[in-house]
Design a protein. Structure first.
Ligand code: 5GP
Length: 200
């Protein structure tokens, strides 16, 4: 029987380098894929519909909720985000490990509905380093940076239900850790009990 894939939920503050880590791991493994979320946020200049997100209006987003098309959804700085259920279910059934890059409230919904999901929180080495990275990135005003740091502290306080914490000091090492976690999760004894059965 084909093994089912795992659902891998990744959260962490903006500036932790989550997407770099995720895309490195995706480039290195062919058993991992990424779930593209739906959002009501407007696309940024370099973003393409169907690549970073499915960009939808509020009405369509509400319709997705009403039709139970979303596995989870949450509001984050006045925009709505949600994970389309069908893609996740199909890929897991095909044996693919599906990565969700979602914030903490949505992650908690997944954790409650699917306790078998692998919950990973990605952090920078320190809050000071987070501040440095946000300043270097140069896309936020000093006020917006302070708001992101406050939000990061809130997320840390809420992040009590994750199974793993990856400290993203070096992106290659962090991507290796992500890959190692997925590999190890496929070796858990509970998933391999059939090998202990005497089938002669
Ligand atoms: P951004 O607007 O910067 O792309 O994303 C803002 C936040 O929304 C990030 O923390 C990201 O992880 C989160 N996010 C993206 N897609 C989803 C989703 O489908 N569900 C939830 N709950 N959060 C999401």
């Amino acid at each position: 029987m084909k093994k089912k894939g795992k659902l891998v939920v990744i959260s962490g503050p903006s500036g932790a380098g989550k997407s770099t880590v995720v895309f490195k791991a995706l480039g290195e493994r062919d058993d991992v894929c990424f779930s593209i979320s739906a959002t009501t946020r407007k696309p940024r200049p370099n973003e393409v519909d169907g690549r970073e997100y499915f960009f939808v209006d509020l009405e369509r987003f509400q319709e997705m909720i009403d039709n139970n098309e979303l596995l989870e959804h949450a509001e984050y700085v006045a925009n709505r985000y949600g994970t389309p259920r069908a893609y996740v279910e199909q890929k897991i059934a095909e044996g693919m490990n599906v990565i969700l890059d979602i914030e903490v409230q949505g992650a908690r919904q997944v954790y409650e509905k699917m306790p078998e999901a692998i919950m990973i929180f990605v952090v920078p080495p320190s809050i000071d380093e987070l501040r440095n990275r946000l300043e270097k990135r140069g896309t936020d005003t000093p006020r917006a940076i302070e708001a992101r740091l406050i939000r990061a502290r809130q997320e840390y306080a809420e992040a009590t239900f994750y199974d793993y914490i990856i400290v993203n000091d070096d992106a290659d090492t962090a991507a290796d850790e992500l890959s190692a976690i997925i590999t190890a999760e496929h070796c858990v004894a509970a998933d391999r009990m059939e090998y202990l059965k005497d089938t002669d």
